[in-house]
Each structure stands twice: as structure tokens, then as C-alpha cells.
Design a protein around this ligand. Structure first.
Ligand code: SAM
Ligand code: SF4
Ligand code: SF4
Length: 347
């Protein structure tokens, strides 16, 4: 690999896309498979036992992921999120985290998981260099949890995983809760109550039209403003500044000092203007938007022996040409029926 390493100048001008947005976050999907079948992401009727997922050789190897990440770090990326599918299904993930944590310029490594396997891996992941976890948890009611997970897993096991992660020091832990009207919106208060006063921050995500198979209708989405009002009536809260430019959640702090909640409002209040994220799928396709219809193949060139300079050119061209602002134009242009699926691209 050493002959491919180029000497990057000590100060590189940040890459900017067509909207002058810099590139600072890389989301890496390490696994297309999942042990859940959330109907809003991987409905069972499509992802049944005969569905053809990638073979392990079709996924980028750890060496390939590390090589690409090192180049991204040289281009200004400092934050990485490991996702999927379910990333904890990828054998040896701890080794990958260790390798990524040693890359110069990478300051923050986070993982998004459904939490089912978190309990058994949390301590090793932390020791390897993982900084934080986001755990998806849609309900504390067993029946509703099951509706949202496609009948897989259990909320008790997810809660146990969250406790292990907290003990391992993977803080602050964030909870992702996708709200679907008529299914789990009634349980929002219960989730807030459970985590209020702890260091775990619940973030409600508006159900989105990602992919093409979840039969999304706008009426399924509960606008964040409605939830804010609902929660405020029980525990008064006030908006607080975002922690950093590009943070996707709007934050609200409880007036009684019991912490905060977040709202990710991709449908009702899009934030494309500050979107600094690029995504690498588990088979090495590069995507510049969660709602992309096509990616740029890196795996082929990687396996054909491309050198680092040429890879950098490809990445630079992809980001430089980027115009994506899907969530901002959704309302004007309607959705698209050609989008890639979220479990594949990495949420
Ligand atoms: N399996 C892991 C998990 O569920 O945390 C990581 C991958 S998952 C695709 C990442 C995030 O995307 C999860 O928090 C999930 O709730 C969210 N997500 C999936 N489909 C969504 C949809 N249609 N609308 C909003 N969020 C969605
Ligand atoms: Fe799996 Fe996460 Fe998608 Fe649910 S949201 S099916 S846990 S990848
Ligand atoms: Fe970023 Fe695309 Fe989402 Fe807009 S729609 S915030 S560009 S990922």
C-alpha cells in the first residue's frame, strides 16, 4: 500500500460542492444485512429469507475501507459514522474501529446500531477507539416495538445494550426514534420520561421517504413541531443552539434541568444547506445524498489497482459536482421512485 500513499500538503483547501458546502463527515456502511425488518426500512415481504444480499467478497474489505478513509481524512473529513444495515453483524468490526481510530485527522468515530448486539460488544468497541453510539429505539411498549422492528429483537435487550454502552463510556448516547403516525407516536412521552435526567439524549426522527419500498405517505410523518408542542405541555422546554454547524437535530432543553431532546425534521424543516456528509456503501459505492439515485463505484477501481492520486481525483470530482438538496425540493418536485435503499447506503 505504501507506494499509493501520497504526501498531501499540510494545508489543503477544503473541498466545496456546488452549494459551497464543505465535506467533513463520512458515513461508512459496513454491512447490508440486518437482524431487524423495520417496515419503514427493510420490510419483510421484500427482504425475505431468499433475498440476495451481498457476498462477503463483494463488501469492501477493512483494508479497502481504511485506505479510502485515510484519503477522506486528507481531504478534511474528521468525523466518521459506522452504520448499515446492522453494523454489529460485520465480523471483526472492533478491528476496523481500531484501524480507523489511528488515522491522522479522524477525531470522532460514532456507530449507529439497533442495539441488539451492543451489550456484548460495547466494552471492546470503546477500547478499540469508538467514541460514541447512537441506538435506534422506536418504542418502550413491547407490542409497538415489535411492529416497528418487523417482529425482531426486544426492547429489553436494546435497553441492556444501552446500559452496557453507558458503562463502557460511549457517551453521550443518542437514541434515534423514528415516529410513524398511528403506530408509535403515542409512546413518545414514555420514551422521553424514561431517559429524562440521564445522559442519554432522545432524538425524534420524522419518518422519511427514503428508498422506494416503504410505501411512505406524507400523512405518516408527524411534523416535529407537533411533537415539540406535545412534549412541552408535559415538560416545558426551550430551544437551544446547535452544538456545531451541520448538526441535524434541533435541540430543546427541559426547563427543570432534566436534560434535552432533539428533533430531526428532514421532511418539515430540511437542512440540506448545511449537509456536509458523504456515504460509502458496503460494496464501495460513493453517494452524496441519502436520497441519491446512483453512486460512484470505488470498489472496481480499488481492486483494479488505482493509485491514491487517482482515487483522490474521483472523490474530488464527485464532491465538486454535488448539487443535492433532495429534502428541500421534495415538496416542489414530488418524490423520486428511483432512490437507493437506506439499509444499503447507510443511514
Ligand atoms: N441498523 C442500524 C439502526 O437501525 O440504527 C443502522 C442503520 S439504520 C438505516 C440508521 C437509522 O436510519 C436508524 O436510526 C433508523 O431508524 C433510520 N431510518 C431508517 N429508515 C428510516 C425512514 N424511512 N425514515 C426515517 N429514519 C429512518
Ligand atoms: Fe435494520 Fe436499522 Fe433498517 Fe431497522 S432501520 S431494518 S434496524 S437497518
Ligand atoms: Fe443531505 Fe441529501 Fe439529506 Fe439534503 S436530502 S440533508 S443533501 S442527505
Amino acid at each position: 500500500m505504501s507506494e499509493n500513499i501520497i504526501n498531501l500538503p499540510t494545508s489543503i483547501p477544503l473541498l466545496r460542492d456546488q452549494q459551497q458546502r464543505p465535506l467533513s463527515d463520512l458515513r461508512i456502511s459496513v454491512m447490508d444485512r440486518c437482524n431487524f425488518r423495520c417496515p419503514y426500512c427493510m420490510p419483510e415481504d421484500k427482504y425475505h429469507e431468499h433475498f440476495k444480499f451481498l457476498d462477503s467478497t463483494e463488501r469492501l474489505s477493512f483494508d479497502e475501507i481504511v485506505r479510502v478513509t485515510r484519503l477522506f481524512a486528507g481531504l478534511g473529513v474528521s468525523k466518521i459514522r459506522i452504520t448499515g444495515g446492522e453494523p454489529l453483524l460485520r465480523p471483526g468490526l472492533t478491528d476496523l474501529i481500531g484501524d480507523l481510530s489511528r488515522i491522522e485527522g479522524i477525531e470522532d468515530i460514532a456507530l449507529t446500531s439497533n442495539g441488539i448486539l451492543l451489550g456484548q460488544h460495547a466494552a471492546a468497541l470503546r477500547a478499540a477507539g469508538l467514541n460514541r453510539v447512537t441506538v435506534s429505539l422506536d418504542s418502550l411498549d413491547d407490542e409497538v416495538f415489535s411492529l416497528m422492528s418487523g417482529g425482531r429483537g426486544s426492547k429489553d435487550r436494546v435497553l441492556a445494550g444501552i446500559s452496557e454502552a453507558a458503562q463502557a463510556g460511549l457517551m453521550p448516547i443518542k437514541i434515534n426514534t423514528v415516529i410513524k403516525r398511528g403506530v408509535n407516536n403515542q409512546g413518545a412521552l414514555e420514551l422521553v420520561e424514561y431517559f429524562r435526567g440521564s445522559d442519554v439524549i432522545v432524538r425524534f426522527i420524522e419518518y422519511m421517504d427514503v428508498g422506494t419500498i416503504n410505501h411512505w405517505q406524507e400523512t405518516d410523518t408527524v411534523p416535529s413541531a407537533e411533537l415539540v408542542q406535545h412534549i412541552s405541555q408535559r415538560w416545558p422546554m426551550t430551544p437551544v443552539e446547535r452544538n456545531y454547524h451541520g448538526e441535524v437535530a434541533s435541540r430543546y432543553r427541559f426547563l427543570d434541568g432534566q436534560g434535552e431532546v432533539g428533533f430531526i425534521s428532514s421532511v418539515s424543516d430540511p437542512f440540506c444547506g448545511s449537509c456536509t456528509r458523504i456515504r460509502l456503501s458496503s460494496d464501495g459505492q460513493l453517494f452524496t445524498c441519502l436520497f441519491a439515485t446512483a453512486g460512484t463505484d470505488l470498489k472496481g477501481p480499488l481492486r483494479d489497482g488505482i493509485n491514491d492520486n487517482e482515487l483522490l481525483q474521483i472523490i474530488g470530482r464527485v464532491w465538486g459536482a454535488r448539487e443535492d438538496r433532495y429534502s428541500e425540493v421534495r415538496a416542489e418536485q414530488g418524490g423520486s421512485d428511483k432512490k437507493v435503499e437506506m439499509y444499503y447506503i447507510g443511514g
